[in-house]
Structure formats: structure tokens, C-alpha cells
Unconditional design. Structure first.
Length: 85
């Protein structure tokens, strides 16, 4: 996708399988990162070393993104909130 996506991390994220990742693959809490998405709205940030790192919705907030992507994430967050007891 060609749209500009930027996120600020709310948590520091590292790969689940560190032994498979390149050194320095991380996204630090409080820092703004460029990001990419697929058609389903999954987000990957361009990490500290330039590698893509998949992030979960509760690990970031959007700084800049297209409306369609914001719609997907808002809808999903409302669904999650409705499922809470």
C-alpha cells in the first residue's frame, strides 16, 4: 500500500523468536515509527534496524494513517470492548 502510515508505540516490542531475528529488531515505547499494512489491516513497523516487525493493536496508536485503516481498527476495538464482561 502506498498510503503513509506512522504509529507511536505504547509498549516496547521485540520478536517472539529472538533466535530467528536479526540483532536490533525492536520497536521502543514512546517512539514514532513508519509502518506498513496488508489489506486486512495488520500492522508492521519498520524497526530500529530496518526490519519489519509485526505489532498488535494494543502495542501502538496511530499518528497518521488512511481512513479505511482507522475504520478497521476502531471497529475491532469496539468489538473487543463489547466482549468484555
Amino acid at each position: 500500500m502506498d498510503e503513509k502510515i506512522r504509529v507511536v508505540m505504547t509498549k516496547t516490542v521485540r520478536p517472539e523468536f529472538l533466535f530467528l531475528a536479526k540483532p536490533g529488531t525492536a520497536a521502543n515505547a514512546g517512539r514514532v515509527y513508519d509502518a506498513t499494512t496488508n489489506g486486512n489491516g495488520a500492522i508492521s513497523v519498520v524497526s530500529n534496524n530496518g526490519e519489519l516487525l509485526g505489532v498488535k493493536p494494543d502495542e501502538f496508536e496511530f499518528v497518521e494513517c488512511p481512513d479505511w485503516l482507522l475504520f478497521i481498527h476502531k471497529k475491532r476495538r469496539m468489538e473487543i470492548a463489547d466482549d468484555q464482561p
